[in-house]
Ligand binder design. Structure first.
Ligand code: NZQ
Ligand code: ZN
Length: 381
């Protein structure tokens, strides 16, 4: 097992009716900035529930944090937060709203431009405390310190690590209004978060392997049921809990991590606006194929324990395991090939160029450079 330190300070408040419990998290009237996405929370009643729960506090609202939050939008929220001298921020929305809020919280306490913090998080000197009412199970942002921020001007998208939410409210009933395509992307994202922390080598932390496999098996089991019954409370609770457990760093304890698929996927989003979960559905099977020698033992373990693949030579088992993984994504309704997204050589060359220029080295062996990223993307055509 590898050395590790684990601390997760986020208080989870989970279940039906839990938005009303926000009030109990404050001991005195507070000036709170609420941050929102594009308006789904007005249609599904979440906005009103939050407003009702915060009577007695002074509220400032910021609307319009878009999917793949752009620093250009966040700068306006930072200005508002500074001008209003807000004491606390609550993100009410999906991962994009919360990720954007993490940067807003840090940048309110910083004199320079917010993008400088993304490029160099060591510049972060503090943050306005923040929390979330999470409306979209996918990113795990509700219980981690990560945020992924895009820059419209430079067409870049980078991860940024700072603070955890103080608390996150997870009411599975708020997920009933999520469009089916976003649910598919959320399930794929949660699945790939587990894979990034799991699919390296065997026998490093067998207990954590089994936790990871448990999340994968649960997602595989509930995905088709959710497609049939998207308003089933028990199913949506499991989905929401899986998403949180997939990226609250619990399953990264004592194990190496990969994250090549995510970083290549972020480039597809930055260059073409591909939805995050779908970018991963395209890249993961190709990453598994190109790195199948390096990840051989773990792919075999995953194939046997998660998909029940036990027959045939190792080569056949590996091919079937990768095939089942790709099929899982396509049965969710997601595209799994670059050609289906009309993305080809020009983009592959640009991503290779960017990785070479940045000296990018990804994966548990730090061997996914520009050339390997090219091989993965060519395999994903
Ligand atoms: O903007 P609104 O109107 O709220 O609509 C959103 C948005 O259009 C809608 N939505 C969310 N909850 C809803 C709902 N619609 C109806 N009912 C609800 N209950 O769904 C759309 C997508 O929302 P978004 O927040 O973009 O989705 P998601 O949570 O998947 O977040 C994606 C972003 O998170 C980053 C991604 O890169 C991407 O930028 N990630 C963040 C991570 C982290 N913080 O640790 C890790 C992930 O790997 C990921 O990279
Ligand atoms: Zn992700």
């Amino acid at each position: 097992m590898l050395n590790f330190e684990f601390q997760n300070p986020t208080k989870l408040i989970f279940g039906k009716g839990s938005i009303a419990k926000i009030e109990k998290q404050f001991s005195r009237p507070t000036k709170i900035m609420l941050t929102f996405g594009g308006g789904s929370v007005k249609q599904n009643g979440v906005y009103q529930q939050v407003i009702d729960a915060l009577k007695g506090h002074e509220i400032v609202e910021f609307w319009g944090i878009e999917p793949n939050p752009k620093v250009e939008t966040l700068r306006r929220a930072i200005e508002l937060g500074k001008a209003e001298n807000v004491e606390f921020i609550i993100a009410v929305g999906g991962g994009s709203t919360l990720d954007g809020t993490k940067l807003i919280a840090c940048a309110i306490r910083y004199d320079g431009d917010a993008w400088a913090l993304v490029l160099d998080p060591k510049k972060v000197t503090g943050a306005v405390p923040f929390a979330s009412v999470m409306t979209m199970p996918a990113t795990g942002s509700e219980m981690n310190n990560g945020a992924v921020i895009s820059n419209l001007a430079t067409k870049e998208k980078f991860a940024f690590y700072s603070y955890h939410p103080q608390f996150s409210i997870l009411d599975p009933e708020v997920t009933y209004s999520i469009p089916p395509y976003q649910v598919a992307c959320g399930i794929a994202d949660s699945f790939v978060h587990v894979m990034e922390q799991y699919l390296t080598d065997t026998n490093i932390n067998p207990l954590i392997d089994r936790w990871a496999e448990g999340i994968l098996q649960t997602l595989i089991e509930i995905a088709p049921q959710i497609q049939e019954n998207p308003r089933d409370y028990n199913l949506m609770s499991q989905y929401m809990f899986c998403a949180t457990m997939a990226l609250n760093r619990f399953i990264s304890m004592g194990v190496p991590q990969d994250w090549a698929t995510h970083n290549i996927g972020h480039e597809l989003t930055a260059l073409h606006g591909v939805t995050h979960g779908e970018s991963l559905a395209v890249v993961l099977p190709a990453t598994m194929t190109v790195l199948s020698e390096q990840k051989r033992n773990k792919i075999l373990q995953y194939g046997e324990r998660v998909w029940g693949i036990t027959e045939g030579t190792d080569g056949l088992k590996i091919a079937e395991t990768i095939g089942r993984t790709e099929q899982f994504f396509s049965q969710l309704g997601l595209k799994t090939r670059l050609s289906q997204l009309n993305i080809g050589e020009e983009t592959i060359a640009e991503i290779e160029r960017r990785f070479n220029e940045r000296g990018t080295l990804l994966g548990e062996c730090k061997n996914v450079n520009g050339a390997v990223a090219r091989a993965i993307l060519e395999c994903a055509l």
